[in-house]
Ligand binder design. Structure first.
Ligand code: PLP
Length: 382
């Protein structure tokens, strides 16, 4: 039997209606959306419909949606593409961004850009004063601040950042990959110039995402070739994936009223249980995504606990999935001022729509057992 899945910030299972919507585009509706004949027209219509569904989900106009291969590509396209159209100045990114933002930002340094890291407090929240200082101190071309963090689930006040950035004429981008489907996300309300989203975090397929763009924004394409996506992203459209992304957004939009509430109730019960076990909860007290709990049991290595829980029938993560495999403590936790030793003990539980309260109860029991076992082991080793 497969373990109970508690790792929805890494990826989500494909929704059955999403799969059903995609299947015809693997079979009889296999046309290239650029072809002029009936096969092509069917594919083009499907892409247009999906673009509308994605735009509706984030309160944008369909013409603002650029389909790309996922969140990583959208972040790269925006940062490299926007920077290429400006004189080198300063890029300001929060200290807790995903590597698909921090690495392209570092790359700009070689082109003469100054990279300013915007500090977060102990709860993982951005200090707005720091943003103000950073924007005042040197000319800033671009500000990138994620809406919700993949590890802690902590939500940033992106609208406030956007107001400050616009005040100094800077472009503002937000990575909303984790927020989508877990809280309302509105491109217009956030007042940003660009936003990144990805399908596989909202029960859609992997390998498809979008950059939502202010129509006046001029960015340089990073993949050139044909005139797909208005020349911003060349390459034959992945029609089945785009259709799946659209279907997933339509379903996610309908679930937004009841899903966060259900997740919140399960998360609260879990954290109530965790507190009795003496865990340290990260991001506690800050506004967080309803599904995410990030904690450490001092003295028990996170990777070891993840493997023990896997054997006990629960799939959870240590740090973010994208950086696991390495033994370095999470940069997100270090940015929050967490000691390296404690950061190495971090474990993330991210709940999803199929989880039930009974699984939370079983998880707490299993965790209690594993903690006792591992503590005994640590004691013997010492
Ligand atoms: N941004 C954040 C906050 C993420 O959590 C992830 C994936 O984990 C990404 C970007 C990258 O998205 P993708 O997996 O679609 O490339």
């Amino acid at each position: 039997m497969l373990p109970t899945y508690f790792d929805h910030n890494a990826t989500t299972p494909l929704d059955e209606p999403v799969l059903q919507a995609m299947l015809p585009f693997f079979r009889e509706r296999y046309g290239n959306a650029s072809s002029r004949h009936e096969y092509g027209r069917v594919a083009r219509k499907a892409v247009d419909d999906a673009r509308e569904q994605v735009a509706d989900m984030v309160g944008a106009h369909p013409s603002q949606v650029v389909f790309v291969s996922g969140g990583t590509e959208a972040n790269n396209l925006l940062i490299k593409g926007a920077a290429a159209r400006c004189q080198p100045s300063q890029i300001a990114v929060s200290a807790v961004e995903h590597p698909s933002v921090t690495k392209p930002a570092q790359g700009l340094r070689e082109q003469g850009w100054k990279v300013r890291r915007l500090a977060v407090n102990a709860a993982g929240r951005l200090e707005i004063d720091d943003v103000e200082i950073a924007l005042r101190e040197s000319v800033t071309g671009l500000v990138s601040v994620m809406l919700a963090n993949n590890e802690t689930g902590v939500v940033q006040d992106v609208a406030a950042v956007a107001e400050l950035a616009r005040g100094v004429g800077a472009m503002v981008h937000t990575d909303a990959v984790q927020a989508l489907g877990k809280m309302p996300v509105s491109f217009a309300a956030l007042n940003v110039h660009a936003m990144t989203i990805s399908a596989h975090k909202v029960y859609g397929p992997k390998g498809i995402g979008a950059l939502v763009l202010d129509k006046r924004l001029d960015i340089k394409p990073q993949i050139t070739g044909g005139e797909h996506e208005k020349g911003l992203r060349a390459g034959t459209e992945n029609v089945p994936a785009i259709v799946g992304f659209g279907a997933a957004c339509a379903l996610a939009a309908n679930r937004l009223t009841e899903l966060p509430l259900k997740l919140q109730q399960m998360r609260e019960r879990m954290e109530q249980g965790l507190r009795t076990m003496g865990v340290v909860l990260f991001g506690d007290g800050a506004e967080r995504l309803a599904n995410t709990s990030y904690f450490a049991i001092p003295g028990i290595d996170g990777e070891t606990l993840v493997m023990a829980l896997d054997r006990a029938g629960f799939a959870v993560a240590s740090g973010s999935a994208c950086s696991s495999g390495g033994t370095d403590p999470s940069p997100v936790l270090l940015a929050m001022g967490v000691e390296r030793e404690l950061a190495r003990c971090a474990v993330r539980v991210s709940l999803g729509r199929d989880n039930e309260m009974s699984q939370i109860e079983r998880f707490l029991q299993a965790l209690q057992g594993e903690i006792l076992g591992l503590k005994r082991l640590v004691a013997v080793e010492v």
